[in-house]
Ligand binder design. Structure first.
Ligand SMILES: Nc1ncnc2c1ncn2[C@@H]1O[C@H](COP(=O)(O)OP(=O)(O)OP(=O)(O)O)[C@@H](O)[C@H]1O
Ligand SMILES: [Mg+2]
Length: 582
């Protein structure tokens, strides 16, 4: 027979259950010495209904108060009775699971949730040392070999691997949250590195600062493929890794959110003429391509190439055409109503920052172009399953359109794929607060992108499409999206508003654990959710190839490194030309 994983001696004895309130227990601590070693998140075993069962709790709070007590009668001195001050130590914990030495044919099992409530006066023990090692071993062993995602080690016991279920972690969206410099990007690099070991991983990373570039440097052991959204410097001769998002990929609402001014009294006219012409132009493309079947059912939102110059021509002619009256020309139905719409559209076309959308290379007007691009992004195998898309040259005001459109496109393709052929895809959204803001703060363009991501958050699971949201400002990230996340890697979080967001996302019983968040060390995290049997404080492993996000040593560098004047001038030119190439 296997040995029982939890074996307690008198030294481990902490005290007895004093009170129970649903999933919270208060323990009257008899062994004050033990208490000095206990931190938040420490595991406690409470003797269960039988000898073979322990309820497992996690400490949330420790309080010490003093009370005055009459000394025993024998202690009464000649001067009368003195009250003695006695400390009362109370430990509060939250019940998280049930451990059984034997359950049916199995030995040493742990499951989430307490099967029974602890009874008053039951003995409580601290789980530490060899007991903790054996217990942690059981946690990781609960997952099948090919499902395991090793993230680091438990802080409580560095010798035990912290293992999550890779399936559950990605299945229903996850979030990595923490203040700046807490170790989010390193955690991302670590997770990507682990995923890259699989045969056909499929993760698309939205990289806002180009910090994951080293992961794609094959000469230094990189494992990812890297793309760049075209910047103003890429329009003439785009390299092979440069991505364009031609205007015709945008659906009607995305396009209008950029060019329509809803406060204009002619806005409804402008929208309706735009819609009609775009639909007709797309129809014409289908005619030239002889796509008879598509023509029958396509809509204005279908991503079908059309010529923007023709659209401008049609709108301009609407805007200038006079009507025919009985006695000669009268004011046309649309005359002068589209002037401002046309001006806004033309301004976008002239803006080189929008080049990735309005000045795509000629090849992108081909009907087959889209399928080729999407295959590049959704392809996996042969070491190309991790794809990093660098958005660092995309101006911040258009960021939501680009991220939103790209995400929608990828999701829609996944949505329309036959369910038997579909393989899972995860979209990793770094710096999510930049383009997935809280709805009240969002402008028209951001709301459009938000709609896409919220839709993925709500229904993506069914189509094997999940989000991994990364942010340093959880309070600025859409609540709808965060509340759909089932797993959280919460790193150090100092801001109180941000902490309270995490607190609200936790089940009530675990909210107390979040008080540890501001105290976490760099690279330490609280891992919560269904991917782990226990919410645990872990120290994340360092990735083999760290992202390019090093925290600078200000003081030391000021002592050694002189700023390069020529580099400053060069940066000014880059700023002028809006490209890093010069
Ligand atoms: N697991 C780890 N082990 C050791 N050091 C780490 C770990 N994670 C992060 N660090 C250190 O912290 C620094 C900052 O980490 P990282 O770039 O991941 O922060 P971040 O949370 O992404 O910050 P930001 O929100 O500003 O992007 C790293 O350069 C590294 O020195
Ligand atoms: Mg980062």
């Amino acid at each position: 027979m296997t040995e029982a994983a939890l074996q307690f001696s008198d030294q481990d004895k902490l005290g007895r259950v004093a009170s129970v309130d649903t999933s919270h227990v208060a323990v009257d601590v008899a062994n004050s010495l033990l208490l000095t070693r206990i931190g938040i998140g420490q595991l406690i075993a409470i003797r269960g209904a039988t000898e073979r069962e322990y309820l497992i709790a996690m400490t949330e709070r420790v309080t010490r108060s003093t009370r005055d007590e009459l000394p025993p009668a024998t202690d009464h001195g000649d001067d009368g009775v003195f009250l003695a001050t006695v400390p009362t130590d109370v430990l509060q914990g939250v019940l998280i699971g049930t451990f059984r030495t034997i359950e049916g044919a199995k030995a040493n099992t742990f499951k989430r949730g307490a099967d029974s409530f602890p009874q008053i006066d039951r003995e409580c023990f601290v789980i530490e040392g060899p007991n903790l090692q054996r217990f942690m071993g059981i946690l990781g062993a609960g997952f099948a070999e090919d499902e395991r995602l090793k993230l680091g080690a438990f802080v409580a016991d560095r010798s035990a691997d912290a293992i999550a279920s890779g399936d559950k972690f990605f299945q229903r969206h996850a979030a990595i949250l923490g203040s700046t410099g807490s170790g989010k990007s390193w955690a991302v690099a670590l997770i990507l590195e682990r995923a890259a070991k699989l045969k056909f991983p499929n993760i698309i990373v939205f990289d806002m600062h180009g910090e994951y570039a080293p992961l794609a440097d094959k000469s230094a052991g990189g494992f990812a493929e890297r793309f760049r959204i075209a910047g103003p410097g890429d329009l003439e001769k785009p390299a092979n890794d440069v991505l364009f998002l031609p205007y015709w990929l945008l659906n009607r609402d995305e396009m209008l959110s950029m060019i329509l001014d809803r406060s204009d009294q002619n806005a409804p006219n402008q929208a309706s003429r735009f819609t009609m012409h775009v639909r007709n132009l797309k129809g014409q493309t289908l005619d030239t391509e002889s796509k008879v079947d598509v023509k029958k059912t396509f809509t204005v939102d279908s991503p079908i190439p059309y010529d923007l110059k023709s659209l401008l021509g049609l709108l301009a002619s609407d805007n200038t055409t006079k009507g025919v009256g009985k006695t000669g020309p009268v004011k046309g139905e649309w005359e002068d109503k589209l002037t401002r719409f046309l001006a806004r559209l033309e301004a976008k076309l002239d803006d080189r920052r929008y080049g990735f959308m309005f000045s795509p290379p000629s090849g992108s007007a081909k009907y087959d172009w889209l399928a080729q691009q999407v295959v590049r992004l959704l392809h996996s195998g042969g070491g190309s399953g991790i794809k990093i898309i660098d958005f660092s040259e995309v101006p911040s005001d258009v960021l939501p359109v680009v991220t939103g459109t790209l995400a929608r496109l990828l999701y829609d393709v996944q949505f329309w794929m036959g369910s038997k052929k579909r393989t899972p895809v995860t979209l990793l959204c770094d710096e999510a607060h930049l383009y997935l803001p809280v709805r009240d703060d969002a402008d028209a363009v951001q709301r459009q992108a938000l709609g896409t991501f919220e839709r993925i958050a709500k229904e993506g699971r069914k189509y094997g499409f999940s989000l991994l949201v990364v942010s340093q400002r959880p309070s600025d990230v859409s609540r709808t999206i965060l509340s759909q996340c089932n797993n959280f890697l919460a790193l150090r979080l100092t801001n109180e508003t941000d902490q309270s967001v995490i607190k609200r996302l936790m089940p009530d019983s675990l909210a107390g654990l979040t008080s540890i968040l501001p105290l976490l060390d760099t690279g330490e995290a609280l891992l919560l959710g269904d991917a782990v049997l226990l919410p645990s404080r872990i120290k994340l492993d360092a990735p083999k190839i760290p992202p390019d996000s090093a925290t600078r040593d200000f003081w030391s560098e000021w002592g050694t490194a002189q700023p390069d004047d020529a580099a400053i001038s060069a940066a000014v030119e880059c700023l002028r030309s809006q490209t890093r190439k010069n």
